[in-house]
Structures are given as C-alpha cells and as structure tokens.
Design a protein around this ligand. Structure first.
Ligand code: T46
Length: 131
C-alpha cells in the first residue's frame, strides 16, 4: 500500500523536544498547504474520500487518532499518537479518521492547494478508479 510511517528526528535536550519539518528532507515533497484538525467531537469519523493526485503527511501533534487506509485491495488501521512520526499518504488511498481523543491535534502537510475536484468521495467510484 502506498502509505508509510516515517520517523521524524527529535532534537531533544534538557529543555524538551523539537521536531523540524523540511521539504525534500524528511518531507518528501514541496509543502504547498498546511491544515490541522482539532476539537473533534466524540464518536466522529472524518474523511471518507481519496485523492486523485494529492500527497500528504499526517502528524498528530497531541493526543491520538486512528487512520483507516484502503487502496482498493486491502484495508489497514494505523494509530497516530506520536508527534515524532509522520504518516505519508499517497494518492488513490481511501482514508477515514476516527477515535480522536478530545485533546487530539492532527496536522496535515499537503503537496498542493485545496482543490475539491481532486477528491473522490464515492467509495464505489474509488474502487473502479483504483484498479
Ligand atoms: C484529507 C483528510 C486527512 C478548506 O477550505 N481547505 C482545506 O485545505 C481543507 C482540507 C478543507 N477545507 C474545507 C472544506 C470543508 O468545508 O474544510 C471543510 C472540512 O473539510 P473536509 O470535510 O474535507 O475534512 P476531512 O477531515 O474529511 O478531510 C481532510 C482533508 O479534506 C482531506 O484532504 O486527506 O483531512
């Protein structure tokens, strides 16, 4: 499946921890957009779509949530609960995000601007296109 958990180096010292994100270094694309999801209501599942072209890196800065990822053949669940770990999600991966803890702050880096025409929001259409 075109997803990968990437360890992010922590620059730690007696004051605490710092993670740096740099395009074409630990982020394997040019970052064109950053957005974050927080204050998610209990029991909510988000996502339910794939992207035709967009590549993204998801990092939970605080708390935890689960990503359900589906390439049309297999479905995996990955828990993000470590700000020193990035989940790289390529195009044509169906995603659902659930089990957000109340304190969860989920940050996403994207390789392009927001474009509704890049979304595939129908699962059956996604299965056909992913073949
Ligand atoms: C994804 C997952 C992980 C914008 O105006 N600009 C933006 O950059 C984004 C991402 C969203 N929006 C608007 C569009 C909707 O009216 O914000 C609202 C919520 O977006 P959406 O329902 O798409 O949120 P999620 O959590 O279902 O999906 C988001 C991203 O859209 C998507 O690309 O991969 O997070």
């Amino acid at each position: 499946m075109k997803v990968e958990l990437i360890p992010l180096q922590i620059h730690g010292d007696e004051r605490g921890s710092l993670v740096s994100l740099e395009r074409n270094s630990n982020i394997p694309f040019d970052i064109r957009r950053v957005y974050y999801i927080f204050d998610t209501e209990n029991g909510v599942t988000r996502g339910y779509h794939a992207h035709k072209k967009l590549m993204q890196m998801a990092i939970v800065l605080k708390g935890s949530c689960d990503f359900i990822l589906d390439d049309g053949n297999e479905r995996v669940s990955i828990t993000l609960n470590n700000p020193a770990q990035g989940l790289l999600i390529n195009s044509f991966i169906w995603r659902e995000m659930k089990n957000f803890t109340p304190d969860c702050v989920l940050m996403i880096l994207a390789d392009n601007e927001y474009d509704e025409s890049d979304y595939i929001r129908d699962y059956d259409q996604f299965r056909l296109m992913a073949k």
